[in-house]
Structures are given as C-alpha cells and as structure tokens.
Design a protein around this ligand. Structure first.
Ligand SMILES: Nc1ncnc2c1ncn2[C@@H]1O[C@H](COP(=O)(O)OP(=O)(O)O)[C@@H](O)[C@H]1O
Ligand SMILES: [Mg+2]
Length: 381
C-alpha cells in the first residue's frame, strides 16, 4: 500500500491522436514485413505496399509514423499526406514532392518531375473543396506521373521514397486512382517507392473500386483491438521502466474497460496513473480513475465527433446506437426510425462522410468510432 501519489509529470502514457505510445505493442510482425519490403525495394526488387485499416483510435497514424521512420532509416525520403477531403491534400503532396525533387536537383529526370508537378498544381490553383469538382481535368492525370517521376529522381540519388497517405478514405476517388496508378507503374519500373495507405475499414472497398489491380498492390493490415497480453505489455512495460508496477487485476480491469482499443488503453492507463494511491497500482485505482476517463472521453473523443451533427442526422445515430454494438443492416436502422432504407440513405451517406459511420459490407452500417454506441445511449438517452 502506498502513500504518495505517482508523479503526473512522469506519467508515461500518451492518449491522443497520432501521439506515439511509450510501448508500441502488437506491431512487430508488421514492422518486420515492412522492413523486408523496404530492403527489397532498395535492391530493385518488387514489394507489396501496405494498406492499414481500422476504426478511430486503433493506431493507424502512429503506425504510419513508425513506418516513415523505418523508411528514413533505410535511406527513403518520406512524403507524408493526410487527406482532408479537399484539394489541399493534393496541394500538400505536390509541395512535398517539389521540395524533394529540388533537394535532389541536378540529377536526371528532375525537369520531367517538376513539369508533372507543375501541371497538376495548375489543377489545384484554388483552395478548399470547391476546386475538386474540376478534377476531370486531364492535367490532373499527371498525378500518376508525379509519383513515378519522384520515385525515379530518388532512385537516381540512390534513395527511395515512402509515401504515407493517412485518412485516405477522404481522398477524392479519382485522385486515389491516379495515385494508385503511379504506384503501380513505379512498381513495374522497379522504382523504390513504398506506399502506406491508411483509413477507416471501408477504404478497402474504395481502393478495390479505384483500380482493378489495387488488391494485388497491397498487403492489408486490418488493425483491431489489442490482445490481452498486448494490453498488459502496453500498460506494464512503460511503468516498469519507471520502477512502478501494476497488479494483474488492475491490468485486467483496463482490458475490460478499453476493449483493447489502443486509444482507450492509453486513456485508462494515463488517468489511472494520476488517480492511483496503491502500490502496485490496483483495480481499485482503475475504478478511481473512471470518472476522469469518462469525462475526458466524453469531452474530447466523443463530443468532438458528435458536435457537428445536426438533429436530423442525430436521429440516425441514436437509432444505430439503440441496436447495440457491432454492424447492423441498414434496413434495421431505418426501421428503428420508422422509415425505409431509401428515406434515410442521404443521412447515412452524410454520416459516412463525417466519419461517424461506415459500411463494413454492402447494406450494413457500423459506427466508425469504437464505443460510440455506449456514449450515445449515455449522452442522448
Ligand atoms: N500499438 C500500440 N500500442 C499501444 N498504444 C498505441 C498503439 N498504437 C496506437 N496507440 C495509442 O492509441 C492512440 C491512437 O493512435 P492513433 O495512431 O492516433 O490511432 P488512429 O490513427 O487509428 O485513430 C494514441 O494514444 C496512441 O498512443
Ligand atoms: Mg489517425
């Protein structure tokens, strides 16, 4: 039994969006596979790219950053893009591509790469989403050339390129197709570019629809909850490094409360550390932290996503929540609202665009945010 509180400044846990966890657990195999792919590419051999899918908070962004760092370690330059749904996504990619090419200036292919960048840039001259209506512009197809040409310039400099594309489900489908076409062509030319594309689970369908060859282009990593042992490692190891231990029952409690979702694991561990009075940290300490965890999740993680939802869409969210966790047939959600599937189709599509729900398979819907059903039942009874 302890007396003193644990030092909140030394608290090792890292709840947040894209915040690197103190112990990155359960990703060993993926990282080992990526390392093989990177080294093969550097040896002018082919490799599959990586498609990472999962709900909010499973660790996609953190994994992307880790893979980018791994790439840098193997002499790859990184182009890092987070899709926003507007043209700024492509503008950001072009800006980074341009900088990279200029950086490696003086090599073959530089002029061609800059020309491709320039011609696509003309299609994103404006800002925001409005311009993306114009993307049928044939100049925009040069986006595929940008990918190939940048990889070629890097290859000339004895470097590779890692392209990370986060929140890719938000990318305009035609732009996604162009980027995939570039990656495909680069592969055929044995150019050293490694693409890591991450998004919500429906991205898989989006990628398959964008190009027939896309499935073969990627190895798919569907991230889900961590296993019991992985949660234990994520919680105990960072503490052990600071000479603090967790009772097995406390870890079990965090497994239960978090359902193994990495973001929830970090959140529970973080608040438990601050609330704990026992040594080792006990299940009672986890319970002591519960009000803090719930307040923190409600105020940030959940509320942020719900705040922008107008009442018309809220009815759909409540109907889906009333059916409990997991995916449900669209027809059942509509029925719970006393409507037909067709009547609520546009509401559902808006919620998909908002990242609140997604379609795990045709005709089904599920919350894209774990535990959102519980929150909605609690906050909007
Ligand atoms: N493999 C992991 N082990 C432990 N914690 C993790 C792991 N991956 C992510 N996290 C934690 O989960 C939270 C969400 O990670 P993030 O990458 O932002 O998820 P996503 O991009 O899927 O929404 C962060 O607090 C991060 O520290
Ligand atoms: Mg993310």
């Amino acid at each position: 039994m302890a007396t003193e509180r644990y030092d909140p400044i030394a608290n090792p846990y890292a709840p947040g969006a894209g915040t690197p966890p103190p112990a990155l657990v359960g990703r060993g195999e993926l990282l080992a596979g990526a390392e093989v792919a990177l080294r093969r590419l550097r040896a002018a051999r082919t490799a599959q790219h990586l498609l990472v899918t999962g709900l909010r908070g499973v660790g996609k962004t953190v994994l992307l950053a880790k893979l980018a760092a791994l790439g840098e370690h193997h002499a790859f330059r990184v182009l890092r893009v987070e899709a926003t749904g507007g043209d700024d996504t492509i503008a950001g990619l072009l800006r980074q591509a341009g900088r990279l090419v200029e950086d490696l200036g003086g090599r073959g292919g530089v002029r061609r790469a800059l020309r491709a960048i320039e011609s696509v840039s003309l299609t994103v001259a404006g800002t925001g989403a409005s311009v993306s209506r114009r993307v049928s512009d044939p100049a925009r197809d040069a986006l595929a050339d940008v990918v190939v040409d940048v990889a070629a310039v890097a290859a000339d400099a004895e470097l590779g390129v890692v392209l990370t594309l986060d929140e890719a489900q938000r990318l305009d489908r035609r732009d996604l197709r162009r980027i995939l076409a570039g990656i495909h062509r680069a592969g055929q030319d044995a150019l050293p570019i490694y693409a890591v594309v991450a998004g919500t689970p429906d991205l898989l369908g989006g990628v398959a629809r964008a190009a027939t060859y896309a499935e073969r282009l990627f190895e798919v990593a569907s991230l889900g909850p961590l296993s019991v042992d992985e949660v234990a490692e994520a919680v105990a190891q960072p503490a052990a490094e600071l000479g603090v231990s967790w009772a097995p029952q406390a870890v079990e409690r965090i497994v239960e409360r978090s359902s193994g979702y990495p973001f929830f694991v970090q959140t529970w561990a973080y608040h438990t550390w601050n609330a704990a009075v026992d040594d080792p940290i006990s299940a009672a300490d986890v319970d002591r932290a519960a009000p803090h965890v719930e307040a923190a999740l409600d105020a940030s993680f959940f509320a942020v996503r719900m705040a922008r939802i107008p009442p018309s869409r809220l009815a759909y969210v409540r109907a889906l929540a009333s059916l409990g966790p997991g995916p449900h047939p669209s027809g059942e959600v509509a029925a719970a609202m006393g409507k037909t599937t067709r009547q609520v189709g546009s509401i559902r599509n808006r919620l998909v665009a908002d990242g609140i729900v997604y379609s795990p398979r045709h005709g089904w819907v599920e919350f894209a945010v774990p535990h959102l059903d519980r929150y909605v039942s609690r906050a909007f009874p």
